[in-house]
Design a protein around this ligand. Structure first.
Ligand SMILES: Cc1cc2nc3c(=O)[nH]c(=O)nc-3n(C[C@H](O)[C@H](O)[C@H](O)COP(=O)(O)OP(=O)(O)OC[C@H]3O[C@@H](n4cnc5c(N)ncnc54)[C@H](O)[C@@H]3O)c2cc1C
Ligand SMILES: *[C@@H]1O[C@H](CO)[C@@H](O)[C@H](O)[C@H]1NC(C)=O
Ligand SMILES: *[C@@H]1O[C@H](CO)[C@@H](O)[C@H](O)[C@H]1NC(C)=O
Ligand SMILES: *[C@@H]1O[C@H](CO)[C@@H](O)[C@H](O)[C@H]1NC(C)=O
Length: 596
């Protein structure tokens, strides 16, 4: 390494370390503060997890009903410094990340140590939305209608999106973009792509982001502290026959009158269910866990995966680099006006394209202004766990260039994996086997997608801006002719990247389908008073980033399962003339009345 890069590495590492120390201090002083005293041991609803879904439900419970509830969150409180968008990646690999990883993959993650890909998930008040890229895209709404098998119409789902976007979620335009985003949009125009507006279609555009005045915003920002118990792990659920009546914490039990809502995310919700005896019978028997209900919990795991880090090179800086962290003017701009490079979400432009010249996209492109070589190996490399050979022979060679990334993701992966516990101990991480690229179709689509990235780089526009393709042969793939199909397949199987969109592990579906864990009312099949509402109920991947769809699902759950039941009550003796459903339920217009 040239002295200048060693110097840069040292400076950046020093800052990374300093921030790391700060994070540890904040994290551990949290535990010194007096622990919150709960008002009660019994609530109408208990919500497990304060992520995108759990917090949205909590907010609507607090503002639209009189039910009592508590949110239990394993992670710690957030901190204003963590909410500076550009610092998002600094929390990856910290105590605010579950620090999960895949088991060694045979066909993927070959550029990572031990062939294991890291799977970042938030362990903090606010969940993964406190670590994510803040991009908000609805995706193709007509796909979501299929999830409900007729229970909800497309216009109902659209109304839920409208409702949360207008009333709950803070959305804004990007406050800062580097030159690269304009280059890409012009190149997209040259290739004949339309600019994206609100409608989901093939094209390119700058996304809306979940920010307020340039600061990260998550659904937990609506939730009052008094409703949340942080730094508290839910160990398992309590059952009496088929009814879930509460939860087990480390030193106490809490009880739910109307329901326990599991919103612990796509890895932890199935984990908690399995620990509680809800899951594949064989697995639970092998761990001597008493079976409460046999269901395919943990199966059907899907994720958006892709490739393409540092494939676009420039001979000059695109105005954003690792040193922006420390520039006093940028810091001032951020704190005084919520502007400047510190507001960057890491992704400036998204594109939806088809590798089959179809009108339905099968690939999403995410344009990232910096590559992972930007910090000289002090942090980004470690959060992906790039192995030494690949680092030294590929990324370290880019230090004198300016790398950026057009990340290509497969929208509807065919490879399906699973997550399962390996112990009865709730503090041991689950095993996660996403089985990336076990379906050859996924590789084929990505091979075409990487060729499309090359086309992009070679447009007149991009060339005139000084962009060129990174032509260093990828370590491990030198035996293949550069950029041939077999080379690209090798490249993809090495540089496999999850964008951390796991779903499907408690899939919604009809009760008679062998993949279903919850029915279309989010109720765990065969059990009472137990719901799952988070990324794990999505049975198929959205055609875009998934946070908006998860928030929509949480809103549908609240609207269809909680709100209607709470709006009115009729007395048994009072007759329901309007729309009699059963001896204790009737409909008045759109409102479900519960007779007591
Ligand atoms: C790095 C990263 C970048 C991303 N970028 C984007 C993006 O730009 N746009 C987008 O749309 N999506 C993005 N996503 C995906 C999106 O943020 C997540 O899919 C979404 O936040 C998941 O919401 P959730 O409610 O299912 O779970 P989470 O938000 O993960 O919340 C689950 C919560 O439950 C808690 N929990 C888990 N187990 C327990 C337990 N046993 N006891 C108590 N609490 C528990 C966790 O600590 C966590 O707070 C990204 C994700 C990551 C990780
Ligand atoms: C909540 O309780 C108050 C006071 O009892 C009542 O006026 C209000 O209508 C209730 N709201 C709901 C949504 O039930
Ligand atoms: C959205 O999904 C529907 C149903 O699958 C499909 O007909 C339509 O073409 C999709 N739209 C886009 C832009 O992908
Ligand atoms: C950028 O650098 C490369 C490699 O050094 C060189 O081939 C290319 O001509 C340069 N391009 C521009 C636009 O300066």
């Amino acid at each position: 390494m040239a002295p200048i890069y060693i110097f840069q590495y040292l400076i950046i590492s020093l800052c990374v370390q300093a921030f790391g120390v700060f994070v540890y201090i904040v994290y551990y002083t949290d535990f010194l503060l007096p622990t919150q005293v709960l008002e009660s041991k019994v609530y109408d609803y208990i919500i497990v997890g304060s992520g995108t879904a759990g917090s949205l439900i909590a907010h609507r419970l607090a503002t639209e009903t009189n039910y009592t509830f508590v949110v239990i969150e394993a992670g710690g409180a957030s901190n204003p410094l963590y909410e500076i968008p550009i610092l998002g990646p600094m929390l990856h690999g910290s105590p605010y990340d579950w620090q999960y990883e895949t088991i060694p993959q045979e066909n993927a993650c070959l550029a990572m140590e031990g062939n294991k890909c890291k799977l970042t998930q938030g362990k903090i008040f606010g969940g993964s939305a406190k670590l994510n890229n803040m991009i908000h895209i609805r995706g193709n709404i007509s796909h979501y209608v299929n999830w409900f098998h007729g229970a909800h119409s497309e216009s109902y789902i659209r109304q839920q999106f409208d409702f949360i976007e207008d009333n709950i979620i803070q959305l804004n335009k990007l406050r800062f973009t580097s030159q690269l985003s304009d280059y890409i949009l012009e190149a997209a125009k040259e290739l004949g792509y339309e600019e994206l507006n609100n409608e989901y279609k093939i094209g390119f555009g700058k996304p809306l982001v979940s920010q307020i005045n340039g600061k990260r915003w998550a659904t937990s920002d609506n939730v009052k502290q008094k409703h949340v118990l942080i730094n508290t792990v839910v160990e398992k659920l309590l059952f009496k026959k088929n009814r879930c009546y509460g939860i087990q914490l480390v030193n106490k039990k809490l009880f739910a009158r109307k329901g326990v809502i599991l919103s612990a995310g796509a890895f932890n919700s199935p984990k908690i269910l399995q620990l509680s005896g809800v899951g594949p019978a064989k697995l639970l028997q092998s761990l001597e866990i008493q079976l409460v209900q046999e269901l395919p919990v943990g199966k059907n795991l899907q994720d958006h995966i892709g490739t393409g880090l540092d494939l676009v090179l420039f001979n000059y800086s695109l105005s954003i680099n690792a040193f922006n962290f420390f520039n006093a003017l940028h810091v001032y701009n951020y704190f005084s006006q919520g502007k400047g490079p510190l507001t960057t979400t890491g992704c400036e432009v998204v594109g939806f394209v088809s590798t089959k010249s179809d009108t339905q996209p099968d690939i999403e492109l995410m344009v990232l202004p910096v590559g992972i070589s930007a910090d000289r190996g002090s942090h980004l490399r470690n959060i992906l766990r790039i192995n030494d050979e690949v680092w030294n022979n590929y990324f370290a060679k880019l230090f004198d260039k300016h790398a950026s990334t057009i990340l290509a993701l497969i929208l509807h992966t065919k490879s399906k994996g699973e997550v399962y516990i390996k112990s009865k101990n709730p503090y041991i991480p689950p095993l996660i086997d996403p089985k990336y690229f076990t379906d050859g179709e996924d590789v084929k689509i990505l091979v075409t997608a990487v060729k499309m990235i090359k086309e992009f780089i070679q447009t007149e526009k991009m060339k005139s801006f000084g962009a060129y393709l990174n032509e260093i042969p990828f370590p491990g793939c030198e035996g293949h002719k550069f950029f041939s199909d077999s080379y690209l397949e090798c490249y993809i199987r090495h540089l496999t990247l999850s964008v951390f969109h796991p779903i499907g592990t408690c899939s919604m579906g009809l009760p008679d389908n062998k993949n279903s864990v919850v029915d279309t009312s989010f109720k765990v099949i065969g059990l009472d008073n137990l719901y799952v509402v988070d990324a794990s109920v999505l049975p198929t991947l959205p055609s875009s980033n998934i946070n908006a769809a998860i928030a929509m699902m949480a809103s549908v759950f609240f609207d269809s399962q909680i709100k209607r039941k709470n709006i009115g009550q009729c007395h048994k003796r009072q007759r329901c003339f309007i729309n009699y459903l059963s001896k204790d339920m009737c409909l008045k217009g759109d409102i479900l009345l519960h007779c007591v």
